[in-house]
Design a protein around this ligand. Structure first.
Ligand SMILES: Cc1ncc(COP(=O)(O)O)c(C=O)c1O
Length: 412
């Protein structure tokens, strides 16, 4: 198959060269990193920003009046503004936190726990990551609410009719991935949120796998909450954010108590900070979030539309290359799909495939991908998953296919 070149503006080889790690070798072979859905690689500008913070500006935020304290606070808050711009949101709607897991737990404990009653239901899709399942189970146990499941079709797309049919009056919350980390399925969040709003259901969208790969305008999606994680979008680990509608931010009690989240503390009672700051107790990941600001600058300079187009090209190529391999089955063939390919090879265990691919320099993930209910649906214990980012190349895809053919022969 010839791959159409649809992008004459970007020099993708030069962009790839911004990522120092991608030039290393593994087991004596050039690294082919196909695990970006797990965590993304970091451009030098992000690494340098974190390094620069610790070398020249390190201080705590919002506490000290000295020069370093002011510099740290300004840089940290500038990152909130940048991230808000990236998501087309307002900075007062963004709670900075350690990532999607924290963000979803914050909604579960702060918004849902005080509101849910016995008999209420939380609707979750079959394709959710454990981070958008387990917090809801914990809250359901404590409130007497129950979990309902919205099923998927064989191709890994959400069964929209079944989803709407499942939105019965007892459903108070919908937890939904924007993009599946296993199947790559892109869910029609805007359309679904129109329906949740009509029915008074609060929508909690897990955007972990969407924010790194597509241009987002979160307020226009019509959801109530949207969670993202920084390490999958070129940023440092332990960073991320919860976007929440202002009315929710104002109505939610704090989740964690401590420094930073208060206006005044007396033993008789505490007055909490306004806005997102009252969910940000304690010293945050300052350097990490400043690094995330640099990641946002980096992605913005490339342009998320270009990222999406580049990754669509890589997905088309990789899908075609893998279907050349005998006995290989792709799980997840929904029409709207991000650059993630889960696959199985007849007669080979996913872990053996991944181990042997590693010896060829190819990093893929194997396992359940924190999605046990999805594995149950496909009746498999594990899959191999190759996930791509704009910094991957067509040449890497060809070399991946050659390595997989070799590995398949070894295991066959
Ligand atoms: C869809 C999805 N949701 C949630 C998470 C959890 O993200 P984090 O571990 O950064 O909190 C991940 C990470 O793998 C994910 O892919």
């Amino acid at each position: 198959m010839s791959i159409p070149t649809i992008d004459t503006v970007h020099d993708w080889n030069a962009i790839r060269a911004d990522f120092p790690l991608l030039s290393r070798e593994v087991h004596g072979k050039p690294l082919i990193y196909l695990d970006s859905a797990n965590t993304g690689q970091k451009p030098a500008s992000v690494i340098d920003t974190v390094d620069d913070f610790y070398r020249h500006h390190n201080a705590n935020v919002s506490r000290a009046v000295h020069a370093l304290g002011t510099e740290a606070t300004e840089a940290y808050e500038a990152s909130r503004t940048k991230l808000a711009g990236f998501l087309k949101a307002h900075r007062d709607e963004l709670v900075l936190c350690s990532g999607t897991t924290f963000a979803l737990n914050l909604v579960a404990y702060s918004w849902a726990l005080p509101r849910l009653k016995p008999g209420d239901a939380i609707l979750l899709s079959r394709m959710e990551h454990h981070a958008n399942i387990v917090p809801w189970q914990l809250v359901a146990e404590r409130t007497g609410a129950k979990i309902k499941v919205a099923e998927i079709r064989e191709d890994g797309s959400l069964d929209i009719d079944a989803l709407y049919a499942a939105m019965t009056p007892e459903v108070k919350i919908l937890g939904l991935a924007h993009v599946s980390n296993v199947l790559g399925t892109v869910n029609p969040v805007r359309e679904i949120c129109r329906e949740t709003r009509r029915r008074g259901i609060v929508s909690v969208i897990d955007g972990s796998q969407a924010a790194p790969h597509r241009a987002l305008d979160i307020p226009s999606l019509g959801c109530d909450f949207y969670a993202i994680t920084g390490h999958k979008m070129c940023g440092p680990t332990g960073t991320g954010a919860l976007w929440a509608r202002r009315e929710h931010i104002a109505a939610m009690p704090p989740f964690l108590g401590g420094g930073e989240m208060i206006k005044e503390v007396r033993f008789e009672g505490t007055i909490f900070n306004d806005g997102p700051h009252r969910f940000e107790a304690g010293t945050p990941n300052i350097a990490g979030h400043i690094g995330l600001g640099a990641a946002v600058d980096y992605l913005t300079a490339i342009g998320m539309e270009a990222v999406e187009a580049r990754e669509a090209e890589l997905l088309a190529h990789a899908t075609e290359a893998l279907t050349r391999i005998d006995g290989l089955r792709i799980l997840g063939t929904a029409p709207e799909k991000a650059a993630v390919i889960s696959f199985l090879v007849e007669g080979a265990h996913a872990h053996d495939l991944a181990t042997l691919l590693d010896l060829e320099g190819v990093a893929v993930r194997s396992g359940h991908h924190c999605a046990h209910p999805l594995m149950q649906f496909f009746d498999v214990a594990a899959t191999c998953r190759a996930s791509f980012a704009f910094y991957n190349t067509h040449d890497e895809i060809e070399r991946f296919a050659v390595a997989l053919t070799k590995v398949r022969r070894l295991l066959g």
